[in-house]
Design a protein around this ligand. Structure first.
Ligand code: ADP
Ligand code: ASP
Ligand code: MG
Length: 451
């Protein structure tokens, strides 16, 4: 039995939290592979370092080092501390090099913002060793996690990662060693780190589970499981005991931050069940996400919202009768790797939903289309996509009417709808200013009151 266990930022955010995690790992039977995020706050700190002029590199290194050394001193001493210091100093030197490298290098940011994981993994490995377990901290590159794609938004190469991990991680398991692997990034062919986007350690853990054919993936976080809505917006959100892969994938993709948007696919491919659990309350059963689940009669299971989006509407006479033109527009957007969250057409318009940050680049691309083909392009910024998920939602009669009735009560104008693309979700766009009210209205009407 192999369990891949991923611990998020708050779960490894202090000495006390790390001790709790070490107990969870120690009490898990069978072979264990651990993937960790950076200590909470560290990645945000590194992001601000790369986004601002680097006026005081020594100060940055000092602040970063102090935080981890203080935590280490609260966890162990003696020989363990001596061994820790040797590895810590080597990693700190590598951090200094990354920080002082060429800021114009397209991989610079990823090399710096992915540093936090290298230190949290070291801390956890040494806490486990201090408790008498065999454990090593290994970086993603040493574990064989291969990344492809753009810096800041990479994907794993599953096939090559599986080959690398079979050679590098499996032998550790057969020696009874618990590997603690850095989440958040992989490396390309030139060994430069490529991160998987914010929150990417969940995805790293799913990739590791896929690569070593794990029997279970556990995502340990700071809430009791996958909930019916973001508990920060809906304080009485309910924990969902069981979900299928499709539901969880849609919700994660459309904004439920508890899982990185791409966590599900690597485990779904190999039928590996996933549990979301609370490292602060390990006795709670959490949420089980897997293939099979009995249908339920409830209409909505969970609501998520993807914020900071824009609608780009392209107008051109009778565009609906010119499919080649629509194809060219999509091709142009695909060329720059911009994600289209939704798309809708009418006789003379095509509308796309993209992230606010991608609007400028998309408009630049579209301007390159031959003149006269496009009559006008309009942009509506600051909208959000609401994703309402329920079991076989679209088989249920009158669902849309009931949902939009609740949206109307929240005084929100629906700007765009996509129903039917997936049989578990109904997605629609509302202005950002109405998001919280709409999520509350849907939750109150279909989830809060019904159980
Ligand atoms: P970690 O650092 O463990 O990866 P994150 O902060 O990335 O943790 O994700 C956990 C947080 O996700 C929770 O604290 C919660 O506020 C938020 N969240 C958003 N939507 C949901 C949801 N549907 N279920 C549970 N948590 C959610
Ligand atoms: N530390 C990274 C982040 O904050 C990755 C993660 O937490 O999953 O985005
Ligand atoms: Mg996360």
């Amino acid at each position: 039995m192999i369990t891949v266990m991923k611990f998020g930022g708050t779960s490894v955010g202090s000495a006390e939290a790390l001790k709790r995690v070490a107990n969870i790992v120690a009490n898990t039977e069978g072979d264990r592979v651990v993937v960790v995020s950076a200590m909470s706050g560290i990645t945000n700190f590194l992001v601000s370092v790369v986004e601002n002029p680097l006026t005081d590199p020594d100060g940055v290194i000092q602040q970063f080092s102090d935080k981890h050394l203080l935590t280490a001193s609260q966890l162990f001493g003696g020989e363990t501390m001596d061994e820790f210091r040797a590895e810590f100093d080597a990693r700190l030197e590598a951090f200094r090099k990354a920080l002082l490298a060429d800021r114009e290098d397209p991989y610079y940011k990823d090399a710096v913002v992915s540093q936090g994981e290298r230190f949290s993994s070291l801390l956890l490995a040494f806490v486990l060793r201090d408790q008498g377990l065999k454990s090593v901290a290994i970086t993603s590159e040493d574990a064989g996690i291969i990344a492809v794609g753009r810096p800041g938004n990479g994907s794993a190469d599953l096939l090559n990662t599986a080959t690398g991990m079979t050679m590098k991680v499996r032998p550790l398991l057969s020696m009874g060693v618990i590997p603690i692997i850095t989440g958040f990034y992989g490396t390309g062919s030139d060994k430069k780190p490529i991160t998987f986007g914010r929150g990417g350690s969940d995805y790293s853990a799913a990739v590791v589970a896929n690569a070593i054919d794990a029997d279970m993936l556990e995502i340990w976080t700071d809430v009791d499981g996958f909930m019916s809505a973001d508990p920060r917006i809906i304080p009485d959100a309910k924990k969902i005991p069981e979900m299928n892969f499709g539901e969880a994938a849609e919700l994660a993709y459309f904004g439920a931050k508890v899982l990185h948007p791409r966590t599900i696919e690597p485990v779904r491919l190999k039928h590996i069940p996933l549990k979301v659990k609370n490292s602060f309350r390990p006795e709670e059963p959490g949420t089980l996400i897997h293939h099979l689940r009995k249908s339920t009669s409830e209409m909505l299971r969970s609501v998520a919202a993807k914020t900071d989006l824009s609608i780009i509407t392209i107008s051109s006479a009778e565009i609906a009768y010119r499919p080649a033109m629509v194809a060219r527009i999509i091709d142009k957007i695909a060329d720059i790797n911009v994600i289209i969250y939704s798309i809708s057409t009418s006789l003379s318009t095509v509308a796309f939903l993209v992230h606010n940050n991608d609007v400028k680049q998309t408009l630049r691309q579209l301007n390159g289309l031959s003149g006269g083909d496009i009559e006008r392009i309009d942009v509506k910024n600051d909208v959000a996509l609401i994703c309402a998920v329920g079991d076989n939602l679209l088989d249920k009669c009158g669902v849309s009417g009931d949902i939009f009735g609740a949206v109307k009560e929240a005084n929100a104008n629906v700007e765009m709808i996509s129903e039917g693309a997936s049989d578990v979700s109904l997605n629609f766009v509302v202005p950002m200013s109405r998001v919280i009210d709409v999520v509350k209205a849907l939750h109150d009407r279909f989830i809060g009151g019904q159980r």
